[in-house]
Design a protein around this ligand. Structure first.
Ligand SMILES: Nc1ncnc2c1ncn2[C@@H]1O[C@H](COP(=O)(O)OP(=O)(O)OP(=O)(O)O)[C@@H](O)[C@H]1O
Length: 239
């Protein structure tokens, strides 16, 4: 579904993502793991078209999208829920959700289905997004992405700033999406949760992928070593 080949993403001279290659198959769930500054958000934002790709090639459903505008990527079925949610705070939940619909991609997602998936939003549907709790805002941001009927859903730090109880609720909802076959890449700082949720773990260190394994074939210890750069067998050689 998604194929990244040797991607470099830069801020000025600084290579935040260095020669990253990643293949994502339909229906896969991938946890993108790594320490602060490892390059996870930069990679996801470049995949979504929010940052330019300096070099390398990115394809989605066999079509090269390396330099496609982000709205064209959404039209093709690739949707990012960014870190920090980025809602329109003066608009209501419902209005924020409907923004996801403006792209007009065919599919089953509509307001009713989003409210079924996130029942905590129903009573607050006419409340301004700026007045919502963190959990409600996160649910709205995910719901807005779903309204575009994505084939690949990318979630950056869904649990950031949420209480453990609310994180459980958000995960219960995205587990439903996973079990329905949605392809998901998610950044998650809580390692145990990431391993429990995803079928595959991809760990980044200093802009590179240093571990890429099925979660069933790895363990917390191996991922932690990759996370801190303690392992010898990097899956991608330094370029
Ligand atoms: N706008 C920017 N300008 C310059 N450098 C940046 C910018 N955004 C990120 N960086 C740098 O790029 C590197 C990767 O950052 P990125 O946010 O992608 O990491 P991350 O793995 O998502 O970390 P975090 O978990 O803290 O969000 C870091 O060294 C960071 O300081």
């Amino acid at each position: 579904m998604l194929s990244a080949k040797n991607l470099d993403v830069r801020y000025g001279q600084f290579r935040a993502v260095r020669g990253v290659s990643l293949e994502v198959k339909q229906g896969e769930t991938i946890a993108l793991i790594g320490a602060n500054g490892a390059g996870k958000s930069t990679l996801l934002r470049a995949i979504a078209g929010a940052l330019p790709i300096y070099s390398g090639e990115l394809s989605f459903k066999h079509k090269v999208i390396t330099h496609a505008a982000s709205c064209d990527r959404v039209k093709q079925g690739l949707s990012l829920v960014p870190e920090g949610r980025r809602l329109f705070t003066e608009m209501t939940i419902e209005e924020n959700l409907l923004l996801g619909k403006t792209i007009n991609r065919a599919g089953d997602w509509d307001l009713d289905r989003v409210f079924d998936t996130f029942p905590n939003l129903v009573k607050r549907r006419h409340a301004k997004a700026g007045s919502l709790s963190g959990g409600e805002q996160q649910a709205t941001a995910i719901g807005r992405a779903l309204m575009s009927n994505p084939e690949l859903l990318i979630l950056d730090e869904v649990s950031l700033g949420l209480s453990p109880l609310v994180v459980d609720q958000v995960y219960a909802s995205i587990e439903k999406l996973r079990d329905a076959g949605t392809t998901i890449i998610l950044v998650e700082q809580a390692l145990d949760r990431a391993i429990a949720f995803a079928k595959r773990a991809v760990c980044m260190l200093e802009g590179r992928i240093v571990l890429d394994k099925l979660t069933a074939d790895t363990n917390r210890h191996e991922i932690t070593e990759a996370y801190f750069g303690l392992q010898q067998s990097a899956t991608q050689e330094a370029s």
